[in-house]
Design a protein around this ligand. Structure first.
Ligand code: NDP
Length: 487
């Protein structure tokens, strides 16, 4: 049995709400425990917010939209947005440690992806916001039409637990760049880095009331999404929750941006570079314990290289080290919570019942404590298998052989998800042809998770509504007024 050590030079924090520039407890003093998923120890307590705290936060945000923030010249606002990114980097080690304590992911990953990219979100939008324009049309000698941009207003930012700081900043940076005020709701499983982010915003010069945060679960999210003074909701998380949020936001007709679940295919043709394929498939399958909405959890391999692919993929997967997130050599850490761990294990039972063959894993890992699951490769599952169709959100992939382009395309699109796909071939014509036919918001050709923040990010079908990134984020976080001047 292995055990997990906790890195002790950064202490976990208790999490209060952040309203109008101050940390505040809940009115009724209620809290809940925050659990370390790698040790099952209590990290601290978190304030349990409800309607009252959300109302206070929304009132502060609405007031802050005017005055100093509303009147601020764009270059000054851009400098503040940039400074938030700088301060995140200054506190990188502390933030990375807290992220790992909260999520169970390896510390090297928190450092390399979560915190670095969180800072870059602010640096990117600090630059981008200074060059954003609007449309203008001259209509012969009759009129000139031009659009004026203004902030959307008070925006609710609701985020999941898999990439807590990264996903919160992916929304907060453009929201601030476009001049909005926000109420953030981090996941109850991973509240620590967002709590620090709130104070970083104030330190960077964001006026009080512009950035607010309410913690909680059960009723907190709905109190934000149904609040009549909230103008828009940006949500990342499960598809079914997106649907519940839509219902809750419908009476007040809020603007919505959803990045929802995925069951993303990796499609590997025999003419692809197999070394590249294997290296990237390891990441797209198991990085962050498979808890990334973009993970390629359905792998389709052309039959002529199926055995060769599996041999190499299985060998590499068996070599992955599961365990202590603070050990630099760990590849796969703990799943985020007991509830999620049980959900992932239940899918392994389903796969057994469905007649799947386990080439690796298939069980919990050999750790004394914590929610660790071994990286699992399953074959011999039919296309109706729940493990092939449903989002498991853990270190579990299915591998299926295919014979023709038409056949694989049909299987790839036979899902209500449509987030991303990773397509592997050296035939550029085939890559172009298939990319246009795969029903997904993002198709990577001979790569995976390669991002440029100017590009549209998001899913189609049940994987999302709208796109984030560059101008797409700006359009969501601002409203346009068209002005027509008669000549
Ligand atoms: P939930 O969908 O239960 O909750 C996510 C957030 O949404 C919480 O902050 C919750 O707050 C809020 N929320 C839930 N219902 C409403 C509502 N009606 N109105 C407003 N806000 C609401 O997600 P979990 O974190 O429990 O994860 C569940 C599953 O989702 C996982 O097992 C995983 O499979 C999948 N998942 C997918 C992700 C993705 O990006 N595709 C990311 C993370 C998880 P409150 O409790 O206060 O309502």
């Amino acid at each position: 049995m292995q055990t997990t050590k906790m890195k002790q030079d950064v202490k976990p924090i208790d999490c209060s709400h952040y309203i109008n520039g101050n940390y505040v407890p809940s009115k009724n003093g209620q809290t809940f425990e925050n659990i370390n998923p790698a040790t099952e120890e209590v990290l601290g307590v978190v304030a349990q917010g409800g309607k009252q705290e959300v109302d206070q936060a929304v009132t502060a945000a609405r007031k802050a939209l005017k005055g100093e923030w509303g009147d601020m010249p764009i270059r000054q606002r851009s400098a503040i947005v940039r400074k938030i990114g700088d301060l995140i980097l200054e506190r990188k080690s502390e933030l990375a440690t807290l992220e790992t304590l909260d999520t169970g992911k390896p510390l090297w990953l928190s450092n390399k992806i979560d915190i670095e990219r969180a800072a870059y979100n602010f640096h990117f939008f600090a630059d981008y916001m200074t060059s954003v324009g609007t449309e203008s049309y001259q209509q012969d000698d009759i009129a000139i039409h031009y659009a004026v941009r203004r902030p959307t207003g008070v925006v609710g930012l609701i985020n999941p637990w898999n990439l807590p700081l990264l996903l919160m900043t992916w929304k907060l940076a453009p929201a601030l760049a476009a001049g909005n005020a926000v109420v953030m709701k981090p996941s109850e499983e991973t509240p620590m880095t967002a709590t620090i982010l709130a104070e970083i915003c104030t330190e960077a010069g964001v006026p009080d009331g512009v950035v607010n945060m309410v913690h909680g679960f059960g009723e907190t999210g709905a109190a934000i999404t149904s609040h009549e003074q909230v103008d828009a909701i940006a949500f990342t998380g499960e598809t079914i929750t997106g649907s519940a949020i839509m219902q809750s936001a419908a009476p007040t007709l809020k603007k919505l941006s959803f990045e929802l679940g995925g069951k993303n295919p990796n499609i590997i043709f025999a003419d692809a570079d197999l070394d590249d394929v294997i290296e990237t498939t390891m990441k797209s399958s198991f990085i962050n314990q498979g808890e990334v909405c973009l993970c390629g959890s359905r792998i389709y391999v052309e039959r002529s290289i199926y055995d060769q692919f599996l041999e190499r993929f299985v060998e590499k997967t068996k070599a992955l080290k599961v365990g202590d997130p603070f050990d630099e050599t760990t590849n796969v850490g703990a799943l985020v919570s007991k509830e999620h761990y049980q959900k992932v294990l239940s899918y392994l039972d389903i796969a057994k019942e469905e007649g799947g063959t386990f080439l690796t894993g298939g069980k919990a890992s050999d750790m004394e404590k914590g929610f660790f699951v071994e990286p699992t490769i399953i074959t011999d599952l039919g296309r109706e298998s729940r493990c092939v169709r449903e989002e498991i959100f853990g270190p579990v992939v299915t591998v299926v052989p295919f014979d023709t382009e038409e056949e694989v395309l049909e299987q790839v699109n036979d899902t209500h998800y449509g987030l991303s796909a990773s397509l592997w071939t050296s035939d550029i014509k085939r890559a172009t042809r298939l990319s246009a036919q795969i029903e997904a918001g993002m198709v990577w050709v001979n790569t995976w998770f390669l991002r440029d923040l100017r590009t549209p990010f998001g899913g189609m079908k049940h994987s999302g509504i709208g796109r984030e990134g560059g101008m797409h984020s700006f359009d969501f976080y601002s409203e346009l007024t068209n002005v027509t001047v008669k000549l």
